[in-house]
Each structure stands twice: as C-alpha cells, then as structure tokens.
Design a protein around this ligand. Structure first.
Ligand code: C5P
Length: 237
C-alpha cells in the first residue's frame, strides 16, 4: 500500500490517499486540542496510543456486527481504512450527564440518564458545532432519511457493546461521539473511537480517564488513555 498526498488535516489526525482509490491512511498525530481548537498541545505517545486503542475498539465493534471503516493497523501511528463519503454530522449518546449538556440544560454532572439520550451536532468548527435535529440533516441534504435512521440505530448498538466492554474493565462509558460515512451505499462507522471522543470514568472513584483531563488541565492525559487501554487488555508496546 503506497501512501500518497495529504487529503485532510484534522486537529489530531491527518488523512492520506493511497494507490487504492477505496482506501485511505489515518495518521494519528500527537496533537490534541479542545474548545474548537482554542487550546492545543503536543502529547508524547498520544498518536500511538490512540491508533492502537481505536483499532482494538473498531475490531470489537466489527465482531458485534457494526460495519466500520477499519481495515488494518499499518504502524504505530497509522491505520488503513475504507474511504467513506463522510456525513458532516456528529452523533452523541449520553449515559450520564457531563460536558455540554450540563451547561446547555443547567443540569448537574453525574446524573444517570434513563434512557440514554441522543443528540446530533453539525460538524462545523466556525459555528462551534451547533446542535441540530433530523429535519435539519434531511432538509439541508447532509444525509438521507434512511441513512439517519441507520446512524441512530448503529450509535445505540455501539452503546450496548461498549458499555459492556468498559464495564468489564471497571469503567463507566459516560458519553461518546461517533461519525459515519457512506461506503458503497452502506452506512459505515468512520473517524475514531478513542478517549479523545468519549468520556470514561472509573466505576468506583469516578476519576476522569478521558480528554476532560486535557480540557480541565488535570494532567496525566496520555497516561490515563493508556491505563484504560491496559485495563481492556490492549498492548501498547
Ligand atoms: O462536549 P460534549 O459534552 O457535547 O461532548 C459529548 C461527547 O462527545 C464527549 O465524549 C466529547 O468528547 C465528544 N465530542 C467529540 N468531538 C466534538 C464534540 C464532542 O469527540 N467535536
């Protein structure tokens, strides 16, 4: 597989074309950012930890019947993935209140949400990723109605699979964000699943083991990601 030009540079990953028009390479950089890019840093080992973390989770999701873009790990910081036509929408499920929902609705952090709640956000940094609903997605042509339904179904299926997986490791899956794309007419999970895009708390102490450590300046960011991975049995060597 030959790596060609950089197609897109996100805040933490770069995407490269390859000699196969149906495949891209995701390069997980050591960069991290928060607050729509207003706070940034370089964190040693983060690219490697997130690349391996993502590959492990995507494999678990595939095994549970969720189609993902993951093809194979290529190196410490690179993965080969299917080239999706990305839907510019973020799907968020929340099992416990934290983050933006607390600010928006004036609720306290740490409330169990029964049933888990679901939100769509438009992927647009300039607008601060505004919350949208299904009508917006369909009216503006960001995705078709039948694809929106599948995105919701798959996002909740991911919740069933990953809540159980993290629970076995003594962790609470508080919330997470997923992005989907279309591949050969099918809705497929894209982007990544790492502690950059979810909240994970220790079940007993409720210690934060995710990107909130960076957002809130708690330190030990990559150490926490790695500790979570190790609790899942991921080998980072
Ligand atoms: O900020 P908020 O509370 O809405 O985030 C909900 C979840 O989605 C968190 O786990 C956060 O890390 C993730 N998220 C993300 N990328 C964004 C917005 C939120 O990964 N642009």
């Amino acid at each position: 597989m030959e790596k060609r030009e950089e197609l897109y540079k996100g805040k933490a990953k770069s995407v490269y074309t390859t000699d196969d028009p149906d495949r891209l390479i995701l390069y997980f950089r050591n960069d991290t950012s928060a607050f729509d890019g207003k706070k940034t840093a370089q964190l040693d080992r983060k690219g490697m930890v997130n690349n391996k973390f993502n590959a492990y989770i995507m494999q678990k999701l595939e095994e549970a019947g969720i189609p993902t873009q993951m093809d194979q790990l290529l190196s410490d910081q690179e993965s080969l993935v299917k080239r999706l036509d990305m839907v510019p929408v973020e799907c968020v499920v929340r099992n416990i209140s934290a983050g933006s929902i607390c600010r928006r609705l004036g609720v306290q952090e740490g409330l169990d949400l029964n049933p888990p709640t679901f939100e769509f956000f438009l992927k647009n940094d300039d607008l601060g990723d505004p919350m949208i609903n299904e009508y917006h997605i369909e009216s503006f042509g960001w995705a078709k109605a039948e694809h929106i339904e599948v995105m919701k179904e798959l996002t909740f299926k991911v919740n069933d699979v990953l809540k159980a997986l993290f629970a076995e490791a003594g962790l609470l899956l508080v919330d997470y964000k997923l992005e989907f794309g279309i591949y050969k007419g099918q809705v497929v999970l894209g982007d990544e699943f790492t502690p950059d895009g979810c909240r994970l708390w220790d079940k007993d102490t409720r210690e934060k083991l995710d990107k909130d450590r960076f957002r809130q300046g708690l330190g030990g960011v990559v150490e926490a990601y790695e500790a979570v991975g190790q609790r899942l049995g991921i080998n980072f060597d």
